[in-house]
Design a protein around this ligand. Structure first.
Ligand SMILES: Nc1nc2c(ncn2[C@@H]2O[C@H](COP(=O)(O)OP(=O)(O)OP(=O)(O)O)[C@@H](O)[C@H]2O)c(=O)[nH]1
Ligand SMILES: [Mg+2]
Length: 307
């Protein structure tokens, strides 16, 4: 079954974000550190064009730190962008975010053509302009896919629990604007996906991460995807977690064996496919296979590679 989840509330949230973005100074794009590419929303990318962006690789505790470093270098090399990590153990610091946002705004201003200020002849207009300049509040928009940790980051930055968080997608229902300090405001937004998830491998990664509502995916298919990915890329972690000596090459055979060994069997001895699917999906989401990254940043084209 092709995975797709774009309910009405996301369409509405996207429209509201598009309307707001012109008044935004910096966009914080929260990404899943295990899968920054799959969790980067192409619609948001198009929407924020020209706006400086701080890419936050969240849930870094669940990703391979060496690969996360590669992603940081990848984003830091992009124009009008910086990157930072945030994890359960080491949350993003407010001072770091303010420092990076200010650096981004200086970059934007440096890139702007110098325009001679026209002196308004009307003294009221001059006063209004000066007042507006003095009282301009910078706004940071926090965006990202569902369940990636946007509201958790906002709460950390504010030092108190203002936004509701939870381990399921679509917890945040509407925009929430709060004051960070005298000069900066933060706007939390509902998690959004895009109408068609063209890359279905990426869609399965998103489903496995918890970005897709359970009713919009077939958990048994996501479990088969997870098992195959673990057999192919992390076989030792899989053996260690479930205490098995040998792995079958086939993910469905693996899940059948796992169901039997973990008691995911009905009274009539049939395998309880949903229970075993939940088991492996929850183990992945909780990081019980250890920290693992599913994606590496794209390599620079041959001609751009350093000699
Ligand atoms: N392991 C880990 N979990 C995290 C981290 N940050 C947030 N979480 C968990 O991720 C889940 C989702 O967090 P939220 O902050 O509600 O995510 P959100 O992006 O606001 O979600 P929506 O509002 O539903 O789009 C919660 O269970 C958090 O505890 C992190 O750095 N590491
Ligand atoms: Mg939220």
């Amino acid at each position: 079954m092709a995975i797709s989840w774009y309910p009405g509330h996301m369409h509405k949230a996207n429209k509201e974000m598009a309307a707001l973005i012109k008044d935004i100074d910096v966009v914080i794009e929260v990404l899943d550190a295990r899968m920054p590419q799959a969790s980067s929303n192409p619609m948001l990318k198009a929407m924020r064009k020209g706006k400086p962006c701080l890419h936050v690789l969240n849930k870094a505790d669940l990703a391979n730190p060496h690969i996360t470093r590669e992603w940081l270098d990848y984003y830091n090399a992009q124009p009008l962008a910086y990157a930072a990590t945030s994890s359960k153990e080491k949350r993003l610091e407010t001072s770091d975010v303010l420092f990076l946002c200010q650096k981004l705004m200086r970059k934007v201003n440096a890139a702007k053509p110098v325009v001679e200020e026209t002196v308004p002849t009307n003294p009221d207009a001059a006063a209004l302009r000066a007042w507006k300049k003095q009282n301009h509040k910078n706004q940071v928009l926090i965006v990202g896919i569902p369940n990636v940790g946007k509201s958790s980051i906002m709460n950390t930055l504010l030092g108190k629990k203002i936004a509701r968080t939870g381990n399921e997608p679509a917890i945040t229902k509407g925009q929430q604007r709060v004051r960070l300090n005298d000069h900066w405001f933060l706007v939390d937004t509902p998690g959004v996906l895009w109408p068609k998830l063209e890359d279905q491998t990426a869609a399965y990664r998103l489903a496995l991460s918890g970005a897709i509502r359970a009713t919009a995916m077939e958990s048994t298919e996501v479990a088969v995807f997870a098992a195959q990915m673990l057999i192919d890329q992390f076989p030792e972690r899989l053996k260690e977690r479930y205490k098995v000596e040998e792995l079958p090459a086939d993910s469905e055979a693996f899940l059948r064996d796992l169901a039997v060994s973990r008691g995911c069997v009905r009274k009539n001895k049939d395998i309880d496919c949903n229970r075993v699917a939940e088991l492996i999906i929850n183990d992945y989401r909780a990081g019980r296979f250890g920290a693992m990254s599913l994606e590496r940043p794209p390599r620079p084209a041959q001609s751009e590679a350093p000699q």
